[in-house]
Design a protein. Structure first.
Length: 206
């Protein structure tokens, strides 16, 4: 926990960008009956019935000090999918970085070993050497700022029925473009000193 909190209070360093990654899912729901047209002064009116149309996984890549985010929509959330996210961090989003400081949940797929499942050893090694993994503690996923950004995405973009993955990608692209143009970010206030007081019960007794 303290390791992640200390990371959040480091100054911005383009050569060592702080990047948070988290994932969630979105169920696709198709309308069975066409919703009624919007009338000024009245709430939206639509049928309570819907048709389930599959589920998509969303990887949130969030660099809070740069006000940058990118959402990758995938069919699954396997170790292979995570490995491709890591490759994109290195080769697409942060190509100039010497080392990417990556904060993620301590899941079994969020390991350097996932790279070796997806790529030949030399390629996996190349990617792994550019990433420094930092994990939130068990039951401490709230320490991952990407989770906060996913909450914003949910409130501003996903809080309605989206029928298919193609529409989902289009809506998310518009949302992230707007947020990136605004350089929107998270102003993290919780510190290591705060944790030692407010979360004292989580520390081992000496």
């Amino acid at each position: 926990m303290e390791n992640v909190l200390d990371l959040y209070h480091r100054p911005e360093d383009a050569a060592h960008p702080l990047v948070c990654v988290d994932e969630t899912s979105k169920q696709h729901l198709k309308e069975i009956r066409q919703p009624l047209g919007i009338i000024e002064g009245t709430p939206n009116r639509y049928d309570t019935e819907y048709e389930r149309n599959g589920v998509s996984n969303l990887f949130m890549i969030f660099a809070p000090l740069q006000g940058f985010r990118h959402v990758e929509v995938t069919d699954k959330r396997t170790s292979i999918d995570f490995a491709y996210i890591c490759r994109d961090l290195v080769d697409v989003h942060f190509r100039a970085a010497k080392k990417i400081l990556l904060v993620c949940d301590n899941l079994n797929t969020h390991k350097p070993a996932s790279l070796y499942k997806a790529f030949p050893p030399d390629e996996a090694r190349r990617i792994a050497e550019k990433i420094e993994f930092h994990y939130t503690p068990k039951h401490g996923s709230w320490l991952n700022m990407a989770e906060i950004e996913l909450s914003v995405l949910s409130r501003q973009c996903l809080c309605r029925r989206i029928p298919d993955q193609e529409t989902l990608k289009s809506e998310i692209q518009a949302w992230q473009t707007r947020r990136n143009e605004q350089s929107a970010t998270v102003k993290w206030q919780f510190t290591t000193d705060d944790a030692r007081i407010k979360l004292k019960k989580l520390y081992p007794s000496v």
